[in-house]
Design a protein around this ligand. Structure first.
Ligand SMILES: [Zn+2]
Length: 248
């Protein structure tokens, strides 16, 4: 029975029997992992407060090939989110991220990019006065991109030409963009700022994006509605509860 080690984000925990806990992690090395922490509900448990949601821990676990649940040996706290998670807005937004990660990410399939993104967002949102609606948009855009559901908005979907930054574009039925030369009557125009903001999110760090986000709320609202539609479509109607945005 091999021992696995990985830095991990605690996504969720559930009580199991009298003394144990089940925890869902996004690990850096192995993707989504679900495991049992024996005795975690006891007063002087070796897990202490390290299994609080959105804590970043150094995780050690044993995995049997035939079992879905791994056996958690150790979860040493690297960064605590205890204080951040006492803010109900933070908790709502990140609980939704945990659900969406669970919907989209494959068990035991590493996604270092998803890990890095979620880790960076936890750290940034733990700071005071972070714009959590902008954090939501950043997460959703990257989740769609990582899982292969984000259309390429840098080029016209019909003629393949790269958009000029100041050029207008139009949304087609698959939420891809087409240039005005490929125009069909009745399509929804998308302002250059909306397209450029999406492309910008894919290029810059969360910190950089959040600094810029303050100055263009209207654009973010418009982009946010389109991204939400893409996310709902990708997740499917059975996941409507996980997809729905937190009312913050
Ligand atoms: Zn075109």
């Amino acid at each position: 029975m091999p021992l696995h080690e990985s830095e991990s984000i605690v996504l969720k925990t559930y009580n199991l029997a009298e003394a144990d806990r089940i925890a869902l992690f996004l690990t850096r090395e192995f993707g989504i992992v679900r495991g049992v922490a024996k005795g975690a509900r006891r007063l002087h448990s070796k897990f202490g407060s390290s299994l609080e949601p959105f804590s970043i821990v150094q995780l050690e676990y044993f995995q049997k090939d035939d079992r879905e649940l791994v056996s958690i040996q150790k979860a040493d706290l690297v960064i605590s989110s205890f204080e951040a998670a006492s803010d109900p807005r933070f908790l709502k937004v990140f609980s939704r991220f945990a659900d969406l990660t669970n919907v989209f990410a494959q068990p035991n399939l590493p996604s270092p990019l998803l890990y890095r993104m979620l880790r960076a967002l936890i750290l940034i949102a733990a700071e005071r006065d972070t714009d959590l609606t902008a954090v939501e948009l950043y997460f959703e855009v990257w989740l769609l991109r990582i899982e292969g559901f984000l259309p390429d908005w840098s080029v016209c979907a019909r003629c393949g030409r790269e958009f000029d930054p100041a050029e207008a574009s139009e949304l087609d039925a698959e939420d891809r963009l087409q240039c005005t030369r490929c125009s069909v009557k009745g399509r929804r125009p998308i302002a250059p700022g909306v397209r450029n903001t999406l492309l910008r999110i894919l290029r810059v760090s969360p910190a950089e994006y959040l600094r810029e986000a303050e100055s263009h709320r209207e654009i973010l609202r418009e982009l946010s509605a389109i991204v939400f539609k893409l996310l709902s479509k990708a997740a499917g109607p059975s996941q409507a509860k996980a997809t729905a945005r937190a009312n913050i």
